[in-house]
Design a protein around this ligand. Structure first.
Ligand SMILES: [Zn+2]
Length: 57
């Protein structure tokens, strides 16, 4: 699968809808382009998203 960062907008839209249908939540965000994915391999510079329990300062 191509990396999301390299997808065209139309492809991204399709991909996002596919993720929504699957009921997945994105686990990673690309620090370069800000896109999200459930698979880090789809991003050029993935950073793991912490979805639960954030530390409060
Ligand atoms: Zn990227």
């Amino acid at each position: 699968m191509k990396k999301l960062c390299r997808l065209k907008r139309q492809e991204i839209h399709t991909h996002v809808r596919m993720l929504a249908v699957e009921g997945r939540k994105p686990k990673f965000v690309c620090t370069l382009c800000g896109r999200v994915a459930s698979d880090r391999r789809q991003l050029c510079d993935p950073l793991k998203i912490r979805s639960h329990k954030r530390k409060k300062k």
